[in-house]
Write a protein that binds this ligand. Structure first.
Ligand SMILES: Nc1ncnc2c1ncn2[C@@H]1O[C@H](COP(=O)(O)OP(=O)(O)OP(=O)(O)O)[C@@H](O)[C@H]1O
Ligand SMILES: [Mg+2]
Length: 214
């Protein structure tokens, strides 16, 4: 008993603290469980089949300067049925890898190959920012891909959730999520074989599930 005594004193002396903690907890508002994130499925139009490989990196090493190598000995094959997620900390070289795949930058050592028939849709926040905010989504599509009737643009946007009057209001007045949808609709017009998403937060409100295969 005498050995457990110090523990008992500790407990009794902390009791008022525990009571005050309970009081604090009782005053907190009741928490609701978080709502399930809304999820959305987009179906990109099917591109024609082309022979593999679509994009290939073969023993690629890259650095923006000779002193600092960012990627070393990378081998990647991207085919029509490839699904690849690139995960790594900030500054690890994820965007650099994507730029190497698209041919935007060239390997320092090694070889990168891009199938000349391959159409790549490259989606970043930058592309959302480049939408013309002064025109409507329908007018934007019409200017970029002329030659169709207005109904075609409207139904194409409709497949990405831009329906009715939303397709006719200025892009600048749309929500961030709606702008992302317009950007996806623009990308899908070229029937890409490959969809590259770099840090797509989907404006934090929608989770996007995309298909750009066969
Ligand atoms: N144009 C450039 N010139 C010189 N250095 C660059 C250039 N672009 C990126 N870097 C450097 O290369 C490294 C990799 O950058 P990268 O943008 O590929 O990283 P990331 O993995 O995409 O990071 P994040 O998660 O922050 O987007 C970083 O150290 C970055 O500072
Ligand atoms: Mg990046």
């Amino acid at each position: 008993m005498s050995r457990s005594y110090p523990q008992v004193t500790t407990l009794t002396s902390s009791a008022p603290q525990a009571q005050s903690k309970i009081k604090i907890l009782e005053k907190l508002p009741e928490l609701e469980p978080p709502e399930e994130d809304e999820s959305e499925s987009f179906k990109f139009p099917d591109p024609e089949k082309i022979s593999p490989p679509l994009l290939q990196l073969d023993e690629v090493t890259f650095g923006y300067s000779p002193e600092k190598t960012i990627l070393k000995g990378v081998n990647i094959n991207v085919d029509l049925d490839s699904r690849i997620a690139v995960i790594g900390p900030n500054g690890a070289g994820k965007s650099t890898l994507i730029k190497l795949l698209t041919g935007a930058i060239q390997a320092t050592i090694g070889r990168s190959t891009i199938n000349s028939r391959c159409r790549i849709a490259y989606f970043t926040q930058h592309h959302i920012d480049q939408l013309d905010s002064t025109v409507s989504p329908v007018a934007f599509l019409q200017a970029k891909f002329p030659g169709k009737v207005e109904q075609d643009y409207r139904s194409h946007l409709g497949a990405f959730g831009i329906t009715g009057l939303t397709g006719l209001q200025k892009i600048g007045t749309l929500s961030g999520g709606q702008k992302s949808r317009v950007a996806f609709a623009v990308l899908s017009m070229q029937r890409p074989h490959i969809l590259l998403l770099d840090e797509v937060s989907a404006d934090r409100s929608d989770s996007l599930q995309c298909y750009a295969d066969d």
